[in-house]
Design a protein around this ligand. Structure first.
Ligand code: GDP
Ligand code: IMO
Ligand code: MG
Length: 423
């Protein structure tokens, strides 16, 4: 199919970066469509590790065009830092990075408001990444946002001045924070605008022209469905549609042209930040997953909460994203557990259900109902064929496939490209 998407099916950090990099060899364009520098996607090549916050994970493949589409919120300083970091490592992006003129710009006041509002929320804190994502998308919805293309328009000065004035009032009155200097932000962002100019374009027509010419467009999701603004565990979510649902609005691609969907799932669950997590565990098994899986946030370094695979949430993720096949990541991390559990139902208000609740905040009250399966002791990071996995590991994969009613096409057994089992 000419359009292929790689989408997170949990709370982010499933391993989307690795999957995208594996597939990108077949792509012409790699497109990110939502979110911003809250994402942290990791690709490991040999002894080298690359982390992407804004750039798409296709960057390591030489001849790919990398697109930051209109649905994103762009922190120009972070983007320029990333471009420079790759240039320093010998990866030149000057001819193959395209930034949508319609993407929104993240300003210092967005980050200041993000951090300040989290600081006063107490128990209602979301545990955001502090990258200004919520405030930037709020401005977009309030129609006070400044888009990348606006940076080159004479009205930029006036609009930025008005925004800084208003945000300073909020920062001072609500959070007792220091006001920000309009002059400093204006001159800083005018310089960013100059440096970014070669990349800025109309990415909608770029993408549609590429498709008309028979090229392959691969779409990279950030976060995951359970952090989706509309269908995740609201309000403990991010501020964009971190699922297939955001592709059309975030790129302009007609929904009926969204082709093949690869869902990415970790073999267990993690969550970084606050919010409901029915299968969360503590104790020995949690420590095993956290330590062996190096479960620390790629963007913030915070420890990730760990738990068993939530098949109720995953079945919902498969259905709502129209997942065609699933990639199961980090199965190697589970080696050494004497038994493994899968949540196949929730009990909510004394009632058993295998449906992920949409709307009512009842996920927070769900008691997981587990099936227990045998674990396996053998390390599997050197296994390359499905039939060479221990019986219990294969049994685990088959169990998930049967419950989710979807093919698990790839099993990943380590961060490196070759630590991958194609079935
Ligand atoms: P993303 O945000 O979905 O791209 O995922 P992250 O990069 O935030 O987190 C995934 C982490 O797991 C990264 O450090 C990857 O290098 C690593 N990783 C990916 N696949 C595997 C795997 O199969 N096994 C192990 N042990 N690590 C993996
Ligand atoms: P990738 O693309 C995991 C979480 C934050 C917080 C919530 C809201 O690497 O999978 P935000 O800063 O977006 O307003 O924070 O969402 N979060 C992520 N968790 N992976 C991510 O991205 C995330 N991006 C945001 O921890 O709970
Ligand atoms: Mg990540």
């Amino acid at each position: 199919m000419p359009v292929l998407s790689v989408i997170g099916t949990q709370w982010g950090d499933e391993g989307k970066g690795k999957v995208l990099d594996l597939m990108a060899a077949r792509a012409d364009l790699v497109v990110r469509y939502q979110g911003g520098a809250n994402a942290g996607h990791t690709v490991v090549v040999g002894s080298e590790k690359f982390v992407f916050h804004l750039l798409p994970s296709g960057v390591l493949h030489e001849d790919k065009v990398n697109v930051l589409a209109s649905g994103m919120v762009i922190d120009p300083a972070q983007l320029l830092r990333e471009v420079k970091a790759f240039a320093d490592r010998g990866i030149d992006l000057s001819d193959r990075l395209r930034l949508s003129a319609a993407a929104h710009v993240v300003f210092p006041y967005h980050k200041a408001l993000d951090t300040a509002s989290e600081g006063v929320k107490g128990g209602l804190r979301l545990g955001t990444t502090g990258r200004g994502i919520g405030p930037a998308y709020s401005d977009k919805a309030a129609r006070t946002g400044i888009r990348v293309g606006d940076l080159y328009h004479e009205a930029f000065h006036e609009r930025l001045e008005a925004n800084v004035r208003e945000k300073n009032r909020a920062l001072q009155a609500l959070y007792d924070s220091e006001p920000l200097s309009f002059e400093e932000i204006y001159s800083e962002y005018s310089e960013y605008a100059r440096q970014l100019r070669p990349y800025v374009t109309d990415t909608y027509h770029l993408m549609m022209d590429a498709l008309d010419a028979g090229r392959y467009v691969f779409i990279e999701g950030a976060q995951g469905i359970l952090l989706d603004l509309d269908f995740g565990t609201y309000p403990f979510v991010t501020s964009s549609n971190a699922s297939v649902l955001g592709i059309a609005s975030g790129t302009g691609l007609p929904p009926k042209r969204v082709g093949e969907v690869f869902g990415v799932a970790k073999a267990y669950c993690t969550r970084v930040g606050e919010g409901p997590f029915p299968t969360e565990i503590s104790g020995k098994a949690a420590e095993h997953l956290a330590t062996k899986g190096h479960e620390f946030g790629t963007t913030t370094g915070r420890p990730r909460r760990c738990g068993w695979f939530d098949a109720v949430a995953a079945r919902f993720a498969v259905q709502i994203n129209g997942v065609d096949s699933l990639t199961l990541m980090k199965l190697d991390t589970m080696s050494g557990l004497s038994e493994v559990k899968v949540c196949t139902a929730y009990e909510i208000d004394g009632k058993r259900t295998d449906r992920f609740p949409v709307g009512f905040p009842s996920v927070a009250d769900a008691t997981p109902q587990f099936e227990t399966l045998p674990g396996w002791g053998e390390e599997i990071d050197n296994v390359r064929r499905f039939q060479d996995l221990p019986d219990a590991a294969r049994n685990y994969v088959h169990f998930l496939e049967d419950f989710l009613r979807v093919k698990i096409a790839i099993v990943s057994v380590g961060p490196a490209r070759d630590q991958t089992i194609f079935r």
